[in-house]
Design a protein around this ligand. Structure first.
Ligand code: UDP
Length: 236
Protein backbone atom coordinates (compact mmCIF):
# COMPACT_ATOMS: atom_id res chain seq x y z
CA UNK A 1 0.00 0.00 0.00
CA UNK A 2 1.26 3.51 -0.82
CA UNK A 3 2.60 5.70 1.97
CA UNK A 4 -0.19 8.01 3.06
CA UNK A 5 0.33 11.70 3.55
CA UNK A 6 -2.63 11.92 5.92
CA UNK A 7 -3.85 9.12 8.14
CA UNK A 8 -6.76 10.90 9.75
CA UNK A 9 -8.77 13.66 8.12
CA UNK A 10 -11.66 15.91 9.01
CA UNK A 11 -13.79 16.63 5.99
CA UNK A 12 -15.90 19.76 6.34
CA UNK A 13 -18.90 19.85 4.04
CA UNK A 14 -20.75 23.14 4.03
CA UNK A 15 -24.51 23.21 3.78
CA UNK A 16 -24.15 25.27 0.63
CA UNK A 17 -22.23 22.42 -0.99
CA UNK A 18 -24.99 19.94 -0.08
CA UNK A 19 -27.61 22.13 -1.73
CA UNK A 20 -25.81 21.89 -5.06
CA UNK A 21 -27.31 23.96 -7.87
CA UNK A 22 -30.64 24.23 -6.07
CA UNK A 23 -29.20 26.59 -3.50
CA UNK A 24 -31.50 25.23 -0.76
CA UNK A 25 -32.15 21.89 0.89
CA UNK A 26 -30.33 18.70 0.06
CA UNK A 27 -29.36 17.61 -3.43
CA UNK A 28 -29.30 13.80 -3.28
CA UNK A 29 -26.87 13.61 -6.18
CA UNK A 30 -24.35 15.70 -4.26
CA UNK A 31 -24.80 13.60 -1.11
CA UNK A 32 -24.35 10.42 -3.14
CA UNK A 33 -21.21 11.66 -4.83
CA UNK A 34 -19.69 12.72 -1.48
CA UNK A 35 -20.52 9.28 -0.05
CA UNK A 36 -18.84 7.60 -3.05
CA UNK A 37 -15.69 9.63 -2.50
CA UNK A 38 -15.62 8.85 1.21
CA UNK A 39 -15.95 5.17 0.32
CA UNK A 40 -12.97 5.53 -1.99
CA UNK A 41 -10.90 7.27 0.70
CA UNK A 42 -11.70 4.49 3.18
CA UNK A 43 -10.21 1.96 0.74
CA UNK A 44 -6.82 3.59 1.37
CA UNK A 45 -7.27 3.05 5.09
CA UNK A 46 -7.50 6.78 5.83
CA UNK A 47 -9.71 7.44 8.84
CA UNK A 48 -12.46 9.87 8.06
CA UNK A 49 -14.44 12.20 10.29
CA UNK A 50 -16.95 14.57 8.74
CA UNK A 51 -18.29 17.87 10.03
CA UNK A 52 -21.44 19.03 8.27
CA UNK A 53 -22.70 22.58 7.99
CA UNK A 54 -26.32 23.66 7.95
CA UNK A 55 -26.45 26.81 5.84
CA UNK A 56 -28.50 25.07 3.14
CA UNK A 57 -31.37 24.94 5.63
CA UNK A 58 -30.81 27.56 8.31
CA UNK A 59 -28.19 30.13 9.20
CA UNK A 60 -28.70 31.78 12.57
CA UNK A 61 -27.41 35.21 11.65
CA UNK A 62 -29.93 35.54 8.78
CA UNK A 63 -32.83 35.77 11.22
CA UNK A 64 -32.32 38.99 13.21
CA UNK A 65 -35.99 38.95 14.21
CA UNK A 66 -35.23 35.93 16.43
CA UNK A 67 -33.12 35.83 19.54
CA UNK A 68 -29.64 35.03 18.22
CA UNK A 69 -29.05 32.04 20.48
CA UNK A 70 -32.41 30.53 19.48
CA UNK A 71 -31.71 31.10 15.79
CA UNK A 72 -28.32 29.44 16.21
CA UNK A 73 -29.82 26.40 17.93
CA UNK A 74 -32.11 26.09 14.91
CA UNK A 75 -29.00 26.17 12.72
CA UNK A 76 -27.42 23.41 14.77
CA UNK A 77 -30.54 21.29 14.28
CA UNK A 78 -30.20 21.87 10.53
CA UNK A 79 -26.74 20.29 10.62
CA UNK A 80 -28.27 17.17 12.17
CA UNK A 81 -30.66 16.83 9.22
CA UNK A 82 -27.68 17.00 6.86
CA UNK A 83 -25.71 14.51 8.96
CA UNK A 84 -28.53 11.95 8.77
CA UNK A 85 -28.75 12.37 4.99
CA UNK A 86 -25.03 11.69 4.67
CA UNK A 87 -25.19 8.75 7.08
CA UNK A 88 -27.96 7.21 5.02
CA UNK A 89 -25.96 7.56 1.80
CA UNK A 90 -22.86 6.05 3.42
CA UNK A 91 -24.71 3.11 4.96
CA UNK A 92 -26.36 2.35 1.62
CA UNK A 93 -22.78 1.85 0.43
CA UNK A 94 -22.01 -0.45 3.37
CA UNK A 95 -19.80 2.08 5.13
CA UNK A 96 -20.25 1.80 8.87
CA UNK A 97 -21.09 5.23 10.16
CA UNK A 98 -21.83 6.91 13.47
CA UNK A 99 -23.38 10.31 13.90
CA UNK A 100 -22.35 12.11 17.08
CA UNK A 101 -24.19 15.26 18.07
CA UNK A 102 -22.79 18.07 20.21
CA UNK A 103 -26.30 18.45 21.69
CA UNK A 104 -27.76 15.24 23.06
CA UNK A 105 -30.57 13.66 21.04
CA UNK A 106 -30.03 10.02 21.87
CA UNK A 107 -33.01 8.72 19.97
CA UNK A 108 -31.35 9.55 16.68
CA UNK A 109 -27.61 9.75 17.29
CA UNK A 110 -24.88 9.28 19.87
CA UNK A 111 -23.84 12.23 21.97
CA UNK A 112 -20.37 13.52 21.17
CA UNK A 113 -17.84 11.68 23.31
CA UNK A 114 -14.27 12.26 22.19
CA UNK A 115 -12.83 8.91 23.21
CA UNK A 116 -15.72 7.05 21.68
CA UNK A 117 -15.33 9.00 18.43
CA UNK A 118 -11.65 8.03 18.29
CA UNK A 119 -12.54 4.40 18.99
CA UNK A 120 -15.04 4.41 16.08
CA UNK A 121 -12.39 5.84 13.78
CA UNK A 122 -9.91 3.17 14.88
CA UNK A 123 -12.51 0.54 14.00
CA UNK A 124 -12.79 2.00 10.52
CA UNK A 125 -16.12 3.73 11.00
CA UNK A 126 -16.84 7.12 9.52
CA UNK A 127 -17.86 9.52 12.26
CA UNK A 128 -20.12 12.43 11.36
CA UNK A 129 -20.04 15.28 13.84
CA UNK A 130 -23.32 17.17 13.94
CA UNK A 131 -24.79 20.13 15.83
CA UNK A 132 -21.57 22.09 15.43
CA UNK A 133 -19.85 22.90 18.70
CA UNK A 134 -23.16 22.74 20.57
CA UNK A 135 -22.88 26.46 21.32
CA UNK A 136 -24.60 29.43 19.71
CA UNK A 137 -22.43 32.19 18.23
CA UNK A 138 -20.07 29.62 16.71
CA UNK A 139 -19.86 28.11 13.23
CA UNK A 140 -19.43 24.62 11.89
CA UNK A 141 -16.01 25.70 10.58
CA UNK A 142 -15.06 26.26 14.21
CA UNK A 143 -16.55 22.85 15.01
CA UNK A 144 -14.32 21.34 12.30
CA UNK A 145 -11.24 23.03 13.80
CA UNK A 146 -12.20 21.96 17.31
CA UNK A 147 -12.94 18.33 16.42
CA UNK A 148 -9.78 18.12 14.30
CA UNK A 149 -7.73 19.25 17.29
CA UNK A 150 -9.55 16.87 19.64
CA UNK A 151 -9.18 13.76 17.49
CA UNK A 152 -5.66 14.77 16.38
CA UNK A 153 -6.51 14.87 12.69
CA UNK A 154 -3.65 15.55 10.29
CA UNK A 155 -5.58 17.95 8.09
CA UNK A 156 -8.97 19.58 7.51
CA UNK A 157 -10.37 19.28 4.01
CA UNK A 158 -12.61 22.26 3.43
CA UNK A 159 -14.90 21.42 0.54
CA UNK A 160 -16.41 24.57 -0.93
CA UNK A 161 -18.26 25.67 -4.03
CA UNK A 162 -15.24 27.78 -5.06
CA UNK A 163 -12.06 25.86 -5.93
CA UNK A 164 -9.68 27.55 -3.49
CA UNK A 165 -8.85 30.82 -1.77
CA UNK A 166 -8.79 33.96 -3.94
CA UNK A 167 -7.70 37.52 -3.25
CA UNK A 168 -11.25 38.66 -4.11
CA UNK A 169 -14.54 36.91 -4.85
CA UNK A 170 -14.01 35.00 -8.15
CA UNK A 171 -17.77 34.92 -8.73
CA UNK A 172 -17.80 38.73 -8.81
CA UNK A 173 -14.30 39.60 -10.06
CA UNK A 174 -13.05 37.73 -13.18
CA UNK A 175 -9.48 38.89 -12.42
CA UNK A 176 -9.43 37.37 -8.94
CA UNK A 177 -6.16 35.52 -8.24
CA UNK A 178 -6.08 32.13 -6.57
CA UNK A 179 -3.50 31.40 -3.86
CA UNK A 180 -1.53 28.14 -4.11
CA UNK A 181 -0.65 28.28 -0.45
CA UNK A 182 -1.09 30.62 2.49
CA UNK A 183 -0.21 31.03 6.14
CA UNK A 184 -2.98 31.44 8.69
CA UNK A 185 -1.69 34.85 9.62
CA UNK A 186 -2.20 35.97 5.98
CA UNK A 187 -5.85 34.96 6.20
CA UNK A 188 -6.32 37.03 9.33
CA UNK A 189 -4.28 40.02 8.09
CA UNK A 190 -5.87 40.11 4.64
CA UNK A 191 -9.33 39.40 6.01
CA UNK A 192 -9.82 36.55 3.51
CA UNK A 193 -13.18 34.85 3.79
CA UNK A 194 -11.89 31.29 4.06
CA UNK A 195 -13.18 30.57 7.54
CA UNK A 196 -14.38 32.88 10.27
CA UNK A 197 -11.67 34.28 12.51
CA UNK A 198 -12.50 31.98 15.44
CA UNK A 199 -12.00 28.88 13.29
CA UNK A 200 -8.89 30.35 11.68
CA UNK A 201 -7.26 31.15 15.03
CA UNK A 202 -8.08 27.72 16.40
CA UNK A 203 -6.39 26.06 13.42
CA UNK A 204 -3.44 28.42 13.65
CA UNK A 205 -2.92 27.88 17.37
CA UNK A 206 -3.12 24.11 17.00
CA UNK A 207 -1.06 23.98 13.79
CA UNK A 208 -3.71 22.15 11.79
CA UNK A 209 -3.30 22.58 8.03
CA UNK A 210 -6.33 22.97 5.77
CA UNK A 211 -6.88 22.29 2.12
CA UNK A 212 -9.56 24.50 0.58
CA UNK A 213 -10.89 23.06 -2.64
CA UNK A 214 -13.97 22.93 -4.85
CA UNK A 215 -16.55 20.19 -4.92
CA UNK A 216 -17.18 21.15 -8.55
CA UNK A 217 -14.99 18.37 -9.90
CA UNK A 218 -15.70 14.76 -9.02
CA UNK A 219 -12.73 13.08 -7.38
CA UNK A 220 -11.49 16.21 -5.63
CA UNK A 221 -12.18 14.95 -2.11
CA UNK A 222 -10.13 11.82 -2.79
CA UNK A 223 -7.32 13.88 -4.32
CA UNK A 224 -7.24 16.24 -1.35
CA UNK A 225 -7.23 13.30 1.09
CA UNK A 226 -4.28 11.78 -0.74
CA UNK A 227 -2.40 15.08 -0.46
CA UNK A 228 -2.47 15.91 -4.16
CA UNK A 229 -1.90 19.52 -5.06
CA UNK A 230 -5.39 20.93 -5.48
CA UNK A 231 -7.09 24.10 -4.30
CA UNK A 232 -5.25 26.19 -1.73
CA UNK A 233 -3.09 24.77 1.03
CA UNK A 234 -3.10 26.67 4.30
CA UNK A 235 0.00 25.73 6.29
CA UNK A 236 -0.42 24.64 9.86
N1 UDP B 1 -24.24 26.98 14.55
C1 UDP B 1 -24.03 27.37 15.87
N2 UDP B 1 -22.97 26.85 16.56
C2 UDP B 1 -22.08 25.99 16.00
C3 UDP B 1 -22.27 25.62 14.65
C4 UDP B 1 -23.36 26.12 13.96
O1 UDP B 1 -24.80 28.15 16.41
O2 UDP B 1 -21.14 25.57 16.69
C5 UDP B 1 -25.45 27.44 13.83
C6 UDP B 1 -25.33 28.85 13.27
O3 UDP B 1 -26.59 29.46 13.34
C7 UDP B 1 -24.98 28.58 11.82
C8 UDP B 1 -25.78 27.35 11.52
O4 UDP B 1 -25.71 26.59 12.74
O5 UDP B 1 -25.36 29.66 10.98
C9 UDP B 1 -25.29 26.51 10.37
O6 UDP B 1 -23.89 26.33 10.46
P1 UDP B 1 -22.87 27.03 9.42
O7 UDP B 1 -23.37 28.41 9.05
O8 UDP B 1 -21.51 26.94 10.00
O9 UDP B 1 -23.01 26.05 8.19
P2 UDP B 1 -22.32 26.13 6.74
O10 UDP B 1 -22.01 27.58 6.43
O11 UDP B 1 -21.09 25.31 6.80
O12 UDP B 1 -23.34 25.53 5.85
Amino acid sequence: MQKLKYNRIVLKISGEALAGEKGFGIDQEVVDSIAEEIKEIRKYGISVAVVVGGGNIWRGRNYPQLDRATADYMGMLATVINALALQDALEKRNIETRVQTAIEMRAIAEPYIRRRAIRHLEKGRVVIFAAGTGNPFFSTDTAAALRAAEIEADVILLAKRVDGVYDSDPLKNPNAQKFESLDYIDILNMGLGVMDSTATSLCMDNKIPIIVFGLNQPGNIVKAALGENIGTFVKG
